[in-house]
Design a protein around this ligand. Structure first.
Ligand SMILES: NC(=O)c1ccc[n+]([C@@H]2O[C@H](COP(=O)([O-])OP(=O)(O)OC[C@H]3O[C@@H](n4cnc5c(N)ncnc54)[C@H](OP(=O)(O)O)[C@@H]3O)[C@@H](O)[C@H]2O)c1
Length: 178
């Protein structure tokens, strides 16, 4: 896959065996190695997220640009980019010449933006947990698994997990979202 995209999007998520993503606007497990993987992978990057995911973070993540989709959020922080729809997302990305960004959730954003993501990084948590938010595995339908790395449970990680990388040969360009 070697398409010239206006902006290369990577989806990054961790989910349980049934697609579990979150419970009460928090992660439903404690997997320290996955948190470190997320922090390392997304450092110095643009993060695209839904309003609920931003609220779940509790604070801004240092060294990253926060781009939040919301129709109702009032912005008191000049460092936050609040965008009211996906057209505005494309306009902001193109006006600011953003060439790469991560889609970090939650379920609503994954569902809407997965077709525009050339890479999908999923940490498959080998467990079934209580959740109220789920990833629809259909987003992987056309994708090819290109990497997988197993990490066993230990004192800092409740469950075994597999770090998987998928590529999407049918990725759509974000400019076609308008
Ligand atoms: N396991 C993981 O990797 C992971 C990653 C991220 C999040 N999570 C979990 O996922 C859950 C949150 O996911 P979620 O699906 O409920 O919420 P979400 O996708 O984070 O945010 C949903 C909100 O985003 C805004 N939004 C969505 N699409 C929009 C659009 N096209 N235009 C404008 N605004 C848009 C709306 O905000 P307004 O209502 O303000 O308009 C909507 O209510 C939490 O439990 C969180 O902990 C898990």
């Amino acid at each position: 896959m070697n398409k010239l995209l206006s902006c290369e999007l990577t989806l990054i998520a961790a989910c349980g065996l049934r697609g579990e993503l979150g419970l009460n606007n928090q992660l439903p497990w404690h997997q320290e190695t996955d948190l470190r993987f997320f922090a390392h992978t997304t450092q110095n990057s643009v993060l695209i997220m839904g309003r609920r995911t931003f609220e779940s973070l509790g604070k801004k993540l240092p060294g990253r640009t926060h781009c939040i989709l919301s129709k109702q959020m009032v912005n008191h922080d000049p460092e936050l980019i609040i965008l009211a729809d996906l057209n505005m997302l494309y306009e902001w990305v193109s006006q600011n010449n953003i060439k790469k960004a991560f889609v970090i959730g939650g379920a609503q954003l994954y569902h809407q933006l997965a077709p525009y993501c050339s890479s999908i990084l999923i940490t498959h948590i080998h467990g079934i947990v209580k959740a109220d938010t789920f990833l629809n595995f259909n987003i992987l339908w056309d994708c090819e698994l290109t990497q997988a790395h197993f990490a066993p449970a230990d004192q800092k990680n409740q469950f075994n997990m597999t770090f998987a990388k998928y590529s999407n040969p049918y990725v759509k360009d974000l400019k076609d979202i308008v």
